[in-house]
Write a protein that binds this ligand. Structure first.
Ligand SMILES: Nc1ncnc2c1ncn2[C@@H]1O[C@H](COP(=O)(O)OP(=O)(O)OP(=O)(O)O)[C@@H](O)[C@H]1O
Ligand SMILES: [Mg+2]
Ligand SMILES: [Zn+2]
Length: 329
């Protein structure tokens, strides 16, 4: 987990605790008002607690058994009063958002609790904003009407049918997403909905509480470059934490592969990233205008055969939707 995001997740947890405490106080005030006898009982329970301390110090005048039975009697009376007034017997209990870790965020073995991991992932998802900014991309707003019914040239698939199939594959992928769900590669000409569909998947997978990171190849590789070559310690540390996130997230969306400046460094950074994610069973979705041959030519046999073996290739076809939308206006 990355420090800055973890700090945000913990403060989200602390905020939950504050809200729970203030709700506990509100309930207590409400009950003391409507059932004053409970205030008296609470006073007596506190007195018993002091007796228990006295007992432990050897200065008490009651036995442990006496104190325990007195306490049980008071608890029963308290619960009965609550019920008699139409409240749940546990109405005044401590409120915990997560009974597993008691809202501490950590388990007894020091590992982070699932609730903290969810908050952490939610913080990470907030950083997806460049991809999800206008919030319109969802499986409900994806329109297949933009894709022509007829094949664009003889002996090629009909775009509408092909894109309906791709749409279903993507929706199923998002719905059933688990770490290790496998990888997708979107290839096709500009304006055919590749970024759109990857945003749909990102939104849905992130909503399930998985960590999702989105980056274009250009900015992703510049993070790798800064991590390695930056002279500013601060910039380098930021880049290093971004790189860790890109390597470790449950789902990485790598957009516009092929638009980055090619160099020996970017080639090897990409290979290491994508190969590492395959090896560790982490899923990636790549979008690119390059076709199979162009990928092989640009990235070499090692990377392209990794991709061909491990990614499901989905070929987007149709007529530039960006241009169609411009025409609508
Ligand atoms: N099926 C669709 N229904 C509605 N709008 C769409 C659909 N597909 C794409 N669009 C819209 O068309 C525009 C271009 O789509 P998008 O950015 O996803 O294309 P792309 O395939 O990623 O193109 P590029 O290769 O240039 O990155 C966007 O404004 C997007 O919202
Ligand atoms: Mg795009
Ligand atoms: Zn928890």
């Amino acid at each position: 987990m990355e420090g800055r995001l973890l700090a945000k997740a913990r403060s989200a947890l602390a905020e939950k605790q504050r809200r729970n405490h203030s709700e506990e106080n509100r309930r207590r005030a409400e009950i003391y008002e409507s059932i004053p006898e409970i205030r008296t009982i609470d006073g007596e329970i506190r007195a018993l607690m002091s007796e228990l301390v006295a007992l432990a110090l050897g200065t008490g005048s009651h036995t442990a058994a006496e104190l325990e039975s007195a306490s049980l009697t008071l608890q029963d009376r308290r619960a009965a009063l609550l019920r008699a007034h139409g409240y749940d017997a546990h109405y005044l209990d401590e409120i915990l958002s997560c009974p597993i870790c008691g809202d501490t965020g950590f388990l007894s073995d020091g590992k982070p609790c699932a609730c903290l991991i969810r908050l952490y992932n939610a913080e990470q998802t907030r950083e997806l904003s460049p991809l999800l900014k206008n919030g319109q991309e969802s499986f409900d707003t994806f329109r297949t009407a933009y894709y022509p019914v007829e094949p664009l040239s003889p002996n090629t698939p009909a775009p509408r049918v092909q894109m309906e199939r791709i749409f279903r594959i993507c929706r199923n992928y998002a719905e059933g997403f688990m770490p290790g769900s496998g990888n997708l590669l979107f290839t096709g000409m500009p304006g055919l909905g590749k970024t759109f569909l990857s945003a749909c998947i990102a939104r849905e997978v992130a909503a399930k509480g998985f960590s999702v990171a989105y980056d274009t190849a250009v900015t992703l590789l510049s993070a790798f470059e800064q991590e390695k070559f930056s002279r500013s310690a601060e910039e380098q540390a930021d880049a290093a934490s971004r790189v860790r996130q890109l390597k470790g997230c449950d789902l990485l969306i790598l957009d516009d592969l092929g638009t980055e400046l090619g160099s020996a460094f970017t080639q090897s950074a990409l290979y290491t990233l994508l190969d590492g994610r395959i090896r560790s069973g982490r899923s990636t979705i790549i979008s690119t205008n390059l076709d199979r041959d162009a990928i092989r030519e640009r990235y070499g046999a090692a990377l392209s055969s990794r991709l061909e073996g491990e990614y499901q290739y989905l070929r987007f076809i149709g007529k530039d939707i960006r241009a169609q939308k411009k025409g609508e206006k």
